[in-house]
Design a protein around this ligand. Structure first.
Ligand SMILES: Cc1cc2nc3c(=O)[nH]c(=O)nc-3n(C[C@H](O)[C@H](O)[C@H](O)COP(=O)(O)OP(=O)(O)OC[C@H]3O[C@@H](n4cnc5c(N)ncnc54)[C@H](O)[C@@H]3O)c2cc1C
Length: 594
């Protein structure tokens, strides 16, 4: 071997013969298939405690409660499945660690089944792609978006199930949805009676009431702690209440995990979605997304699907989880973040301007690839990608003491009305979409963010740069360029997606403000590998008897290494609808006794 060249051999595999290549590297012979390690994202080598599998427990001598089906997590997947189970005559328990049903699904509004096909969408004339419901074409198109890293059978069946799920939802008492393109919206949202951000709470209430009426045992403030296994079959779960009292619940026919993703679990993020771990400013979307049910699935031998697959949304102040406010749940309601989501001077660590994608910038991103976002922004998705992949992985907002006046300018210069709720400061009691930036609450929250250092405030630009961890000469040069070359001339000649003229407001009146911005995790799409019946499977493809998972405890619906804003959320049916579709598919299979 040539001196100085490293030997490269398969570690810990002495049985592998090797030869020396012309350049001196030791080239291992291809090992026999049966001696190869099964390739899996589980083999990343990271062994942080909160990423470790949670081992199952054996069946107790006596069960505390016995059900046909036990469902963990009450988002759209869990609520859909619980209602279907009860309607199908199964004795059902729905376990929820929060104090209310609905999870993140309750906080969403746009239930987007992209490929359409439901009766309501057909009547509304919505189709994608093409001009008729075509599951094969939708599958093919979406495979392309996922760079062909998605399970085509799972995807195809999800397209079919998407249409069926909406039809099923529309038949449930208390559901008042209308089709707005691919999105099913509550009538009150559609008529703008209510802020779009809260639309699903009526549906959550209706599905919960229906489930209770049909005999589902809903246990709130009850956390699933472990799976119970008898031989290789999952036969129930162990739960604990808030006082730590443990009980054993039998799920004779099935245990279904619809417990959300793991966007708040740093160890799991590092291991399974390292890009999110490295670049995201904040976890999310809900504090409850801590991933223990994913770990329980790993504990009974599940494979993992969707490595490094996640999505982000714009708007995170770079606080991460530090102050307890760092998750998407608070995203819309925090005044400091609302102020940040505006077209300020944005730079990367080198001082180069960063883009800010909003429809009203005329950014020209092809909307036809984002049919479910036809009437709103894709900027929430694309800005996060843009900033996170920049040098330094952050965009820095730089503005000055005139910011309250500037907010009114931004509002009045045709920021997309559907997105004003995201971009203009809002307050908890806000009931309409187009409220001006007049709440005192957001000002208080802004000041709180300054006080805790999430937003920096300084009398000089040099001082501000130091506080932000930026080189002072880069910041002063960037502001000088902004003031003199852009604002003074009244034309944004820097960016491919230029700022509107009246957004060109000089930064010249101290005190100065600045904050690092990045992406917030809106969902993790790595999780337990499932087949098209939503049965959790091991690395050999065998179902783990008795165990099912819905998205986003299941992974793989967004393909592998699929992150950021591609195709919106990016799943074939967007974030909240795919949760319902997963629950629908799983319960269909359970009812069919498969
Ligand atoms: C404010 C907001 C707005 C959004 N808007 C949209 C939108 O308009 N359109 C869209 O497509 N998406 C939207 N999303 C994203 C969407 O809501 C989520 O992607 C989707 O609801 C996730 O569904 P899920 O079933 O995976 O998780 P969830 O709906 O969160 O359900 C999981 C449930 O499992 C429970 N759980 C977890 N672990 C355990 C355990 N060990 N024991 C018991 N219970 C457990 C959790 O408490 C939670 O209630 C929004 C999210 C937020 C926060």
């Amino acid at each position: 071997m040539a001196a100085g060249l490293p030997a490269r051999a398969l570690a810990d595999d002495t049985s592998v013969a090797s030869s020396e290549s012309a350049d001196g590297y030791q080239v291992p012979d291809r090992p026999a298939p049966n001696s190869r390690m099964v390739p899996s994202p589980q083999n990343t080598g990271i062994t942080k405690p909160n990423a470790e599998p949670i081992p199952p427990e054996p069946a107790p001598a006596a069960w505390d409660e016995e059900y046909d089906v036990v469902i963990v997590g009450s988002g759209w997947g869990g609520l859909t499945a619980a209602n279907m189970a009860a309607q199908g005559g199964l004795k059902t328990a729905l376990i929820e660690k929060g104090d209310v049903t609905g999870g993140a699904s309750r906080h969403a509004a746009e239930n987007a089944v992209i490929s359409g096909g439901s009766k309501a969408q057909e009547e509304a004339g919505y189709h994608w792609p093409g001009d008729k419901f075509d599951p094969k074409a939708a599958t093919t198109k979406y495979e392309e978006y996922c760079s062909w890293t998605v399970d085509y059978k799972l995807l195809y069946d999800s397209v079919i199930a998407g249409a069926e799920w909406i039809d099923w939802m529309m038949e449930q008492p208390g559901i008042e949805w209308v089709a707005a393109g691919p999105c099913m919206e509550d009538i009150r949202v559609n008529s703008k009676e209510q802020n779009t951000l809260l639309g699903n709470h009526w549906t959550a209430e209706a599905l919960t009431d229906n489930a209770i009426a049909d005999g589902v045992e809903i246990k709130l403030l009850t956390q699933c702690k472990a799976l119970i296994q008898d031989g290789d079959r999952v036969v129930g779960i162990k739960v604990a209440d808030t006082l730590g009292n443990e009980t054993y619940l039998k799920g004779a026919k099935a245990v279904l995990l619809t417990a959300g993703g793991f966007g708040m679990n740093l160890d799991l993020l590092e291991k399974y979605t390292p890009t999110a771990y490295m670049y995201a400013t904040q976890g999310g979307p809900m504090p409850s997304h801590t991933g223990e049910c994913f770990r329980m699935g790993l504990g009974v031998g599940a494979d993992v699907s969707g490595f490094n697959s996640f999505s982000m949304w714009e708007g995170g102040l770079d606080e991460y989880w530090g102050n307890g406010d760092g998750n998407y749940f608070h995203h819309f309601w925090n005044g400091a973040k609302q102020v940040m989501q505006n077209p300020w001077l944005k730079i990367d660590i080198t001082g180069r301007r960063m883009e800010f994608f909003a429809k009203s910038t005329g950014d020209g991103i092809p909307q036809e690839n984002y049919p479910h976002l036809e009437n709103c922004e894709i900027g929430d998705l694309t800005s996060a990608n843009h900033w996170s992949s920049s040098i330094g992985h952050r965009a820095y907002n730089i503005f000055d003491s005139k910011f309250k006046e500037s907010l009114k300018v931004f509002e009045n210069s045709a920021m997309n009305p559907n997105q004003d709720a995201h971009r203009q400061p809002v307050s908890e009691d806000r009931t309409v979409v187009n409220t001006l930036a007049s709440s005192t609450e957001w000002e208080k929250e802004f000041e709180e963010a300054v006080a805790r250092g999430a937003i920096s405030k300084a009398d000089t630009l040099e001082e501000l740069a130091e506080m932000l961890g930026l080189r002072p000469e880069r910041v002063t040069a960037a502001v000088d360029h902004w003031n003199n070359d852009i604002c003074a001339k009244g034309e944004d000649t820097d960016l491919p997606a230029p700022y509107k003229e009246d957004w060109l407001i000089p930064v010249d009146t101290p005190p100065y403000y600045g904050a690092a911005m990045g992406g917030q995790i809106s969902k993790t799409m790595a999780g337990l590998r499932v087949n098209e019946k939503m049965q959790v499977i091991n690395a050999e493809g065998d179902p783990i008897p008795g165990l099912y998972a819905g998205w986003y405890t299941a992974g793989g619906i967004g393909g592998v290494n699929n992150y950021g804003g591609i195709f919106g959320n990016p799943t074939i049916h967007a974030g909240v609808a795919i949760s319902g579709v997963g629950g629908y598919m799983a319960m269909n299979a359970i009812l069919a006794n498969e």
